[in-house]
Design a protein around this ligand. Structure first.
Ligand SMILES: [Zn+2]
Length: 225
């Protein structure tokens, strides 16, 4: 029986939770065990490492196609669609991987749906939440399509007054500006540069994640009867 629709796997978590390593492991498995042809994409705006590679912090890398931006802060999902469908049918990849999926624009859901319907497996990795603690719409829209979702955690790097590191499972990404928590009003997409000491990111547990100015719930409390 032929497969009706290819699977979608999502690796999500805060910063330093080995999302990209899990993505690269998945690619290696599919190449080595299944001999899949694979095509990897990443946002061109993420230039912390070599622009034509997806690389994880503790070694391992894979050649990747950088995807340009459609707006100042979003990456052009249709670039992937056009890039895949210009390839003759018989030469198209069996698996498409997309790193840093949180940066892609709202067309990503339609693009991924098209690939899955054409029996092209898709694997994505990305941040579960912004530094504001809010989900990225691109990832949210894909989770509903996923065959498998792996939620990863890091270790909280918060240090108390005595310099002791918390170490609890971290689910949040803390943005710091000159070592202080970034306010809610600052823009969502700011890439950390090695030569930029002003803005840094850390993995934090919920107790040690701070975002000053976060609005309270807009839901009104029900009046007591
Ligand atoms: Zn903590």
């Amino acid at each position: 029986m032929t497969r009706q629709r290819a699977p979608l796997t999502c690796f999500v978590g805060p910063m330093n939770s080995s999302k990209t390593r899990r993505l690269l492991d998945h690619l290696s498995e599919c190449r080595d065990a299944l001999n899949y042809s694979i095509r990897v994409y990443k946002p061109a705006l993420d230039d912390r490492f070599d622009i034509k590679e997806v690389r994880c912090r503790n070694g391992g890398c894979w050649e990747a196609i950088p995807v340009p931006s459609s707006t100042k802060s979003k990456v052009d999902s249709l670039f992937i669609f056009n890039d895949i469908y210009k390839i003759p049918l018989k030469k198209r990849p069996q698996l498409v991987a997309i790193d840093e999926i949180q940066f892609f624009d709202k067309n990503i859901k339609d693009v991924v749906t098209c690939l899955l319907n054409d029996n092209i497996e898709v694997v994505v990795s990305g941040l579960n939440r912004s530094f504001k603690g809010e989900p990225f719409s691109s990832i949210e829209s894909l989770l509903g399509l996923a065959t498998k979702i792996e939620t990863l955690t890091a270790r909280c790097t918060y240090k108390d007054g005595r310099g002791k590191t918390c170490g609890a499972p971290a689910t949040m990404t803390q943005r710091l500006i000159d070592g202080k928590p970034a306010p809610y009003k600052s823009p969502v997409v700011v890439i950390q540069k090695f030569d930029d000491s002003k803005i840094t990111y850390e993995a934090r547990c919920a107790d040690h994640w701070f975002c000053p100015g976060t609005p309270l719930s807009r839901l009104k409390k029900r009046p007591k009867k």
